[in-house]
Design a protein around this ligand. Structure first.
Ligand SMILES: [Zn+2]
Length: 288
């Protein structure tokens, strides 16, 4: 799933490519992806692209006061094409194409979604805050006003909630998902199950530094990469996320996995939990 660093890089890449171009046509191939009907998609056709930006994990293409907002969800992606077919795509359950934006020079982008669980969402709005998931976003962790004091207030407010859940809850902090929350907690050497409100001032500072450096480094590495290169880039730099059974790059211990909410998380016992494996709560609940 693309998170803050990848969406930031996508926005930068597309900003350069779309700058000065008009949108000729937007084709919808997967109708369930389009969540709005007013203004219509045609409101963007024939208008110049003004900007491409990011809100949390949402990508925002703005043309003449209308915004095409995309949430790529778990398996969505944006693929740049120097030349897109001129005939409209046929909707097909076998195709991964959800949406196609055609530019005035014949280039364009395909918004795709792999897999069968279709959760990619596209919105056409006059104000990004008209998208419910954007209106409810917490602060962006890479902005200048996301200070350690602000972070401490957030953690204290969350009280007994576990760090893993707090970091990736979009209404609390914007843009961090399952992968980077694992990576940030590993960098901070903290248990994903540690209660947010119980951190000492020193621990808040450690977690804050880990958050800023992990996300900042990922954005720096992703900057300038084309959309097609971003996924591999992300994967090759993960220390624990998605690496169950492999050695921790810091200490060599085996990366472990435990279920969390609707998915699972990965962590290193030696680095993060005093060498003790975390109990799988879902499993123990099932066994009762
Ligand atoms: Zn380790």
């Amino acid at each position: 799933m693309p998170e803050l660093p990848e969406v930031e890089a996508l926005a930068l890449d597309l900003r350069g490519r779309l700058d000065g171009h008009a949108i000729a046509k937007i084709h919808v191939a997967q109708f369930s992806a389009l969540k709005t009907f007013d203004p219509p998609l045609s409101a963007m056709e024939g208008t110049l692209v003004d900007d491409v930006s990011r809100h949390g994990k949402f990508l925002d293409i703005e043309a003449s006061g209308v915004h095409l907002v995309l949430h790529l969800a778990r398996a969505g992606w944006v693929r740049w094409r120097d030349e897109v077919p001129t005939i409209p795509p046929k909707p097909s359950p076998k195709s991964t194409l959800a949406l196609r934006v055609v530019l005035d020079d014949g280039a364009g982008l395909d918004v795709t979604e792999a897999g069968t669980r279709k959760s990619l969402a596209a919105y056409v709005v006059r104000d990004p805050d008209d998208v419910p998931g954007i209106a409810s976003l917490g602060p962006d962790p890479l902005t200048d006003d996301f200070t350690v004091d602000r972070f401490r207030e957030i953690l204290q407010r969350e009280g007994g909630k576990q760090l893993k859940g707090v970091l990736r809850h979009q209404g609390t902090i914007a843009g961090i998902g399952n992968a980077y929350s694992d990576e940030i907690l590993h960098a901070a050497r903290m248990s994903p199950f540690k209660p947010a409100g119980h951190l000492t001032d020193d621990e808040v500072q450690v977690l804050y530094d880990a958050l800023r450096s992990t996300l900042g480094a990922a954005v720096d590495r992703s900057r300038g990469l084309a959309a097609s290169e971003l996924k591999g880039e992300k994967k090759s730099h993960l220390a624990v996320h998605g690496r169950t059974g492999q050695p921790c790059p810091v200490c060599g211990d085996t990366v472990r996995e435990v279920s969390f909410a609707d998915s699972s998380l990965q962590y290193c016992p030696t680095c993060q939990t005093g060498g003790k494996p975390l109990a799988d709560r879902r499993m123990s609940r099932l066994l009762k």
